[in-house]
Each structure stands twice: as structure tokens, then as C-alpha cells.
Design a protein around this ligand. Structure first.
Ligand code: AHM
Ligand code: MG
Length: 340
């Protein structure tokens, strides 16, 4: 199998990175390893998404006799199980659960990290074979080891993230993550069942020509965003305009494309939703950490996403992220129209 001779798997990469830090205890490595396992389980289910309905058509159980579950609940359950099994996670905040999930056994109490996740992002795209994702973020807990974790462990600024990443279940499946030392992407090779390093040290272009926003919300958008959209559509060959509009409706997929090609993703506040739609803890913070580590920017229109102190685990924020020059330009429009 010569084609795999020079391939570095996710686990090899994690171990090698750990060796770069002589004091590293291996706890984060074990956590990342288990995220890889959960991603593969979810990937297998995503690939059978259409069949699950077919197989489950005659009752509430699948062929293994397990209860049929919606894919987002399935993803939630499998990530929770993998994190529990890692022994390195004290608690989880998930889009699928109103309250935090606490692992109150000895292993959980003694774990160093808490985990935020959107187990299946882009859920409206599941039924129609369009890319979806998982988004995650890891913090060191602020509560004492040995005690029960609390909500305060999760209400930390995004700058405190120890690691963050996403999995995109697309035309191929990729895991992209950062521990604050650059961004690396791994593509799942189904023939060996391993994530392999395919996109080392990802850097996003400073400028791009893609803008991504749900323009169906146009009449409810802030004036600055409306004007920025018009700016994107104007002709100016010197600045590569008009830009191209691309919007999938799965944050992970829209962001991933823009990360690699250069572009801006916007989900602003609207007159219908004053804080926008996306959640700070498990959508915006992890994506913002990756954007910045790749040389891009992420803001709520007023301040850096990573500097927002959360006040609740499901808090929503307006979100602008992508190529630094494009985000800066959008901010200039917002500033101007906020001040007239
Ligand atoms: P979800 O977590 O319920 O899937 O919702 C989040 C998704 C994002 O992936 C995407 O960017 C956004 O919702 C799309 O929303 P809209 O359909 O309003 O454009
Ligand atoms: Mg989501």
C-alpha cells in the first residue's frame, strides 16, 4: 500500500504534537483521540442517513434492534459516550441539551476539561444530502478538580479555549482543529478508517471573493449589512468585485469553503432576532478560534468574538467571520451606519 507510506494519521499527529511539549500529560491528547472516534461513528451514520429511514420504516427500531434516533440526537449521544469514555471530560454543554451534562463519577470529577458542542450542525440539510458538521470547543475547567463542575466552567471567554474544531461530513469527511498553534485539517480515508493529515497549517487568504449570508433575511438586516451586500455586488475589477454569493445553510460547510478559498460568512442580528441565530459557546467561539489561527477574523460587529464574556450557555451572538480584509470592510460599513 505505497499510497499510504507518507501519511500521518490524526493519532500520530496528536502524539507527535504532545511530544513537542515535555510537560504535556496526555490528557488533551486522549480527549482529541476520542473526538476522532466519535466523528467516525457519526460519519458512518451520516453516510446511511437516507437508509436509516428505509430500515426503520416498519417500526421504531433499526436492524440491530436499537431505537431509531434522529441523527442530531444520535450524534449527541455518541459524542457524550466517547467523551465519557475518554475519562478526560468533566462536563458537556451541547446544543441538544438545555442544561450541562455532568460526569459525576470519580473519573469525571477528576477530569481537567469541559467540552462544548453542536453535535450536528446544519440539521435542516440532513434529509437532503447536503454537507453538515459537528463543532466543538474545549476549556480547562475553573472549578476544582475532584469537585462537581459548574456552569461557570463554561462561561469563559473564547480566548481561554484550549482547543476547538469541527468535522465536516461532506463530499469527503474532514476534521479540522486547532490547539492555538495553527490549524490542521485531516481527511477521513474510508479505506483505512483513519483521519489523515491532508491540510497542514491552513492559512486563509487575506482577501477573497465569496460572501455568504442568508439574503432571504434582507429586509430585516441592519443598514450597514445591507450596504455591505450592495458593495459586494458592485462591479470593481481592482477589488475582484462583484463577489460570488455562496450560502449552504450549514455553518461548518460555509465556513470551511471560505476558509480555504477566501470569503466572509455573516449571520447578523436582524429585526426579528436581535442577537442573530448562532450560539456563542459551541458555534461562534470554536469557529472564531480557527478563523484567527488561520489568519482570519471573527467579530459580532462591535468586538472580537473571542473577547465576549458569555452569560449563558446557549447565548446567541451576531457573527461575521472569514478573510481579515473582508471582515474589516464589513465592520467599516457597520460602524458608519451605526453612527449616522
Ligand atoms: P442548527 O445548529 O440548528 O443546525 O442551526 C445552525 C445553522 C447553521 O449551520 C447555519 O449557518 C444557519 O443555521 C442557517 O440558518 P438560516 O437557515 O436561518 O440561514
Ligand atoms: Mg448549529
Amino acid at each position: 500500500m505505497t499510497e499510504h507510506n507518507n501519511v500521518q494519521t490524526l493519532n500520530q499527529f496528536i502524539i507527535q504534537r504532545q511530544a513537542d511539549y515535555p510537560n504535556a500529560s496526555g490528557e488533551l491528547s486522549r480527549l482529541l483521540h476520542h473526538i476522532g472516534i466519535a466523528s467516525k461513528i457519526v460519519n458512518r451514520a451520516v453516510n446511511k442517513a437516507g437508509l436509516v429511514d428505509v430500515l426503520g420504516a416498519h417500526g421504531d427500531q433499526n436492524v440491530q434492534g436499537e431505537d431509531q434516533q434522529k441523527l442530531d440526537v444520535f450524534a449527541d449521544t455518541h459524542f457524550i459516550n466517547a467523551l465519557r469514555a475518554s475519562g478526560e471530560c468533566a462536563a458537556i454543554a451541547s446544543e441538544e441539551n438545555e442544561d450541562i451534562i455532568i460526569f459525576d463519577d470519580a473519573m469525571g470529577r477528576n477530569a481537567k476539561y469541559v467540552f462544548c458542542m453542536d453535535p450536528l450542525d446544519g440539521s435542516s440539510n440532513i434529509d437532503v444530502n447536503v454537507s453538515i458538521g459537528t463543532i466543538f470547543s474545549i476549556y480547562q475547567r475553573v472549578s476544582k478538580k475532584g469537585e462537581l463542575p459548574t456552569k461557570e466552567d463554561f462561561l469563559q471567554e473564547g480566548t481561554k479555549q484550549v482547543a476547538a474544531g469541527y468535522v465536516i461530513y461532506g463530499s469527503s469527511t474532514m476534521l479540522v482543529y486547532t490547539t492555538g498553534n495553527g490549524v490542521n485539517g485531516f481527511t477521513l480515508d474510508p479505506s483505512i478508517g483513519e483521519f489523515c493529515l491532508s491540510h497542514p497549517n491552513i492559512k486563509t487568504p487575506k482577501n477573497g471573493s465569496i460572501y455568504s449570508i442568508n439574503e432571504g433575511n434582507y429586509i430585516n438586516l441592519p443598514a450597514g449589512v445591507k450596504k455591505y451586500i450592495k458593495y459586494c455586488q458592485e462591479k470593481d475589477p481592482k477589488t475582484n468585485r462583484p463577489y460570488t454569493s455562496r450560502y449552504i445553510g450549514s455553518l461548518v460547510a460555509d465556513f470551511h469553503r471560505n476558509l480555504l478559498k477566501g470569503g466572509i460568512f455573516i449571520y447578523p442580528n436582524t429585526s426579528a432576532n436581535s442577537n442573530g441565530k448562532l450560539r456563542l459557546l459551541y458555534e461562534c467561539n470554536p469557529i472564531a478560534f480557527i478563523a484567527e489561527q488561520a489568519g482570519g477574523k471573527a467579530t459580532n460587529g462591535v468586538e472580537r468574538i473571542l473577547k465576549i464574556k458569555p452569560d449563558s450557555i446557549h447565548q446567541r451572538v451576531p457573527f461575521y467571520t472569514g478573510s481579515s480584509a473582508m471582515v474589516k470592510k464589513a465592520e467599516d460599513f457597520l460602524d458608519f451606519f451605526n453612527n449616522i
